[in-house]
Design a protein around this ligand. Structure first.
Ligand SMILES: [Zn+2]
Length: 412
């Protein structure tokens, strides 16, 4: 898991062990059950419970009568005992959510990312969004344990800096952690967007605690978050999940990538590239309307790409054969990549989400399983199922807030 060293150690280790056991129980536990579940002595459980009750993190919720003897008081999580903010910075949209201690979304707002891509303006919008969710929820800032921020990688988790995101040049060396903490007075924690999305999905997913799945994050670019044996895999520098330059479409008409090769997976499925293909095929009209020569890529801002991508997917849905061919080729390329990933990691599930996912969701869910079946998957002993995120569009923001809850309240 990402490190949480910059968050105050608000609870001693035993406190987090007890809190974690109560949270995982769902309906709550008696002190006697807590002794069994945690391995702590009856006296320690009693002391810790008193402290957690005093802090308002748990509550007494009725008595349990279990055979002879004194009825046992059930201790439950107090959802309103603490909160966490999650912010997702995407080149097109800034999403901010407020989660309670149970992980339920109390409030959420969405703001347009500044078209300029200016770092100071971007941070100002994020700070304003944080202020807005707190105001609308009526939650006091002192009850908020921190702000989790999900951003495109690569990132430096230790310093809270976004380093050279290839698709958002303006965010180079963006000191997100420091600036958000200075502006909000809340401790902050930075994670790569695909990691946060995987955390969010795992938090909500009942099988998440033991599951093996890949979360394909489809936004301005594409990245993969991995949950292996129930744990989110983040890698040596917390930057795991860059699908980058795995070549899946090397022919002469494969998408030309910045690395100089044709048909890199990341390049051949990202909305900008599909939009450029749509313009060349005459399905979409380029801004200004002038023809675009082969080999020339237009400099399109994120809003224009977003609008044109919507137009491309609508045209395909309305039966335009050229638009459909562009999207179907990207699905075939996705299947080629995912079949390798599924075999490498031995995962049995691929979950899709992210800001651009909704527009291609129906088409992918219809075609991708079939494309996967066509590829020789004899190396796999089990089927790979495909699903949309159970958390929905806000998955990266929810995951970023879950990271804060986890760093603050999980035993480590
Ligand atoms: Zn490449």
């Amino acid at each position: 898991m990402p490190r949480g060293a910059n968050l105050p150690a608000i609870a001693a280790f035993n406190d987090t062990v007890v809190l974690d056991a109560i949270r995982r129980s769902g309906d709550g536990m008696s002190r006697v059950e807590l002794v069994g579940a945690t391995g702590l002595s009856a006296q320690t459980v009693s002391n810790v419970s008193r402290r957690l009750l005093g802090q308002g993190l748990i509550r007494e919720a009725g008595k349990q009568i279990d055979g002879p003897g004194k009825p046992r008081t059930i201790l439950q999580l107090e959802p309103r005992g603490s909160y966490a903010v999650g912010v997702h910075l995407d080149p097109t949209v800034i999403t901010c959510v407020l989660l309670d201690l149970e992980g339920s979304v109390i409030e959420h707002v969405r703001r347009h990312s500044p078209v300029s891509g200016d770092p100071a303006e971007t941070i100002a919008v994020a700070v304003d969004a944080i202020g807005d969710v707190l105001k609308r929820s009526g939650v006091d800032r002192s009850r908020v344990s921190g702000v989790g921020v999900a951003a495109p990688g690569p990132i430096d988790v230790g310093t809270g800096v976004v380093v050279r995101p290839p698709l958002v040049p303006g965010w180079n060396d963006l000191h997100l952690g420091d600036e958000l903490t200075a502006a909000t007075g809340l401790p902050s924690l930075l994670a790569k967007d695909v990691t946060a999305a995987a955390v969010g999905e795992r938090w909500r997913d009942p099988a998440g605690a033991s599951g093996n799945f890949a979360f394909v994050y489809y936004g301005t670019g594409v990245g993969v978050g991995m949950v292996l044996a129930g744990a989110v895999y983040t890698g040596a520098s917390q930057n795991a999940g860059d699908v980058g330059h795995a070549v899946v479409d090397p022919g002469p008409d494969g998408a030309l990538c910045a690395c100089g090769r044709r048909g890199c997976y990341g390049e051949s499925v990202r909305p900008y590239r599909l939009v450029m293909q749509g313009i060349r095929a005459g399905v979409l009209r380029a801004p200004g309307g002038a023809p675009v020569p082969d080999g020339v890529d237009l400099d399109l801002d994120v809003d224009t790409v977003d609008e044109l991508f919507t137009a491309l997917t609508r045209a395909a849905d309305d039966g335009d054969a050229a638009a459909a061919a562009i999207l179907d080729r990207s699905i075939r390329n996705s299947a080629l990549y995912l079949s390798n990933l599924a075999a490498l990691l031995d995962i049995d599930r691929v979950v899709y989400g992210g800001p651009s996912w909704a527009r291609v969701e129906r088409r992918y869910l219809e075609q991708l399983p079939e494309r996967l079946r066509e590829i020789d998957m004899s190396i796999l002993t089990h089927p790979v199922t495909l699903a949309s995120s159970s958390v929905g569009d806000d998955v990266a923001a929810v995951g970023a807030a879950c990271l804060v809850l986890d760093a603050t309240f999980s035993p480590r």
